[in-house]
Design a protein around this ligand. Structure first.
Ligand code: GLU
Length: 430
């Protein structure tokens, strides 16, 4: 099933549950018509003179899905497999995510078809600046504000800020979020996605009266979000028993020292080469620490599975074999709708992406507020506000789930759709 089909199915599921309410407010078809189709799609061909003197053209996208609730907002990813289809789905999820969180923002997403690991630093800079020149008229601090996503980082955000400011003829830090802290960025933005997810997960674990030291966690994706989540969960006392990246992973039943694994990944570049290293650190025999493929990792015995890699990881194929009781979706779209049905039937509770990973865009929103006011909040202030936003949204989603007797994902959609419907009505579009 394609990602667009996934998004349509998710909306239809939620709309169906809301039916009695929705009927009184107007038909489904009009809402779907207004909401599923992105408001604007931009495709550009980005010319870059490479280090060897040859010209290369890269494909770039920006999809502005919906701005009913506020300016378009969403990251830009650099990945060799990006396509328009994926960017459309990701832009749609941004609109939903911002609405679940009650932020005055719409949804957008950008992407460039490139493996940045194959480019020099200078080439990445040229590519980024050229992309900004092509989309400069379509973005802006009150219109569309990009941010980091897969394979993009604060340094790349600085380049966007700089190039856009030159074109706009004025210093415009508000054009992008996720900037370095010493260049108008917000404190805590770098770890906000992981921190937001941990706030919600920990709340759920406490509600369930689970003991953190006995709670076994497996993390798929040990990058930006997954690596930080391991550190944060370890600090709360959770037992990390498995981790992986795109090359494969390791399972260590006695527990992984997340700090050592993070260090080792920097040295050896991949998690799977760190098995022995971690074992040695614990002074235990290598037997209980084994290398696994990404597929095997997902099916490991554990209490919590954190999905922090890419889309479509849990499908109808592996959903029946998932052993975790709870899933935290830090990636966007890691579970297909059909897999969701299987997990629901099997009683696996999923904290959905549109809530679980919303900490990133929430602190982006805080960054916009700080830039607009010309102030800088302390880390404590940022995380206090983030925690409040995450827990409030989580509780409201839980209430919806109880009211409609549905999953947390369906409930999150219902909450998001209700807000956007009200927004569309206020604009006399429904
Ligand atoms: N790329 C992140 C996401 O998928 C953050 C977007 C933002 O901060 O605007 O939520």
């Amino acid at each position: 099933m394609s990602l667009s089909e996934n998004t349509l199915k998710q909306i239809k599921k939620a709309a169906f549950l809301m039916k009695p309410d929705r009927h009184a407010r107007g038909g489904d078809a009009e809402f779907e018509m207004l909401f599923i189709t992105p408001q604007r799609i931009i495709e550009v061909n980005i010319p870059v003179k490479m280090d060897d003197g040859k010209l290369k053209i890269f494909k770039g996208f920006r999809v502005q899905h919906n701005n009913t609730m506020g300016p378009y907002k969403g990251g830009i990813r650099y990945h060799q497999d990006v396509d328009m289809e994926e960017v459309k789905a990701l832009a749609f999820w941004m609109t939903i995510k911002c609405s679940v969180m009650g932020l005055d923002l719409g949804g957008a997403k950008g992407g460039i078809v490139v493996n940045p690991k194959e480019l020099s630093k200078g080439e990445v800079e040229k590519l980024t600046r050229a992309y900004v020149r092509l989309i400069a008229n379509d973005i802006g601090p009150t219109f569309d504000i990009p941010a980091p996503d897969v394979n993009t980082n604060p340094e790349i955000m600085s380049l966007i800020y700089d190039e856009y400011s030159k074109i706009a003829g004025k210093d415009s830090p508000g054009v992008v979020t996720g900037k370095p802290v010493d260049n108008h960025g917000s404190k805590g933005r770098d770890i906000a996605t992981a921190q937001g997810g941990v706030f919600v997960l920990h709340e759920l674990v406490q509600e369930q009266k689970m003991v953190t030291a006995e709670t076994r966690v497996v993390i798929q994706g040990f990058g930006n979000a997954g690596g930080v989540v391991a550190k944060l969960l370890a600090a709360e006392g959770y037992k990390i028993v498995g981790a992986s990246d795109s090359q494969g992973g390791i399972i260590c039943n006695y527990g992984i020292d997340s700090e050592s694994l993070l260090q080792c990944k920097v040295e050896k570049k991949t998690v799977k080469e760190c098995g022995l290293h971690v074992t040695e650190l614990h002074g235990l025999s290598g037997a209980s620490c084994k290398k696994v493929s990404n597929e095997e990792l997902l099916e490991q015995e554990c209490d919590i599975l954190v999905l922090a890699a890419l889309e479509n990881q849990i499908t109808v194929k592996n959903a029946p074999k998932i052993k975790a009781k709870f899933i935290l979706e830090l990636a966007n779209g890691p579970t297909s709708p059909d897999a969701d049905d299987i997990l629901k039937e099997r009683g696996v509770v999923v904290i959905p992406d549109i809530l679980a990973n919303a900490g990133g865009v929430t602190v982006s929103y805080f960054e916009m507020l700080q830039n607009a006011a010309g102030v800088s909040w302390s880390l404590e202030e940022v995380f206090e506000k983030l925690k409040e936003k995450m827990i409030t949204a989580f509780k409201e989603v839980q209430q919806m789930a109880e009211k409609y007797k549905c999953t947390l994902r369906e409930a999150a959609y219902i909450r998001a759709i209700s807000r956007i419907e009200a927004g569309l009505k206020a604009k006399s579009l429904l």
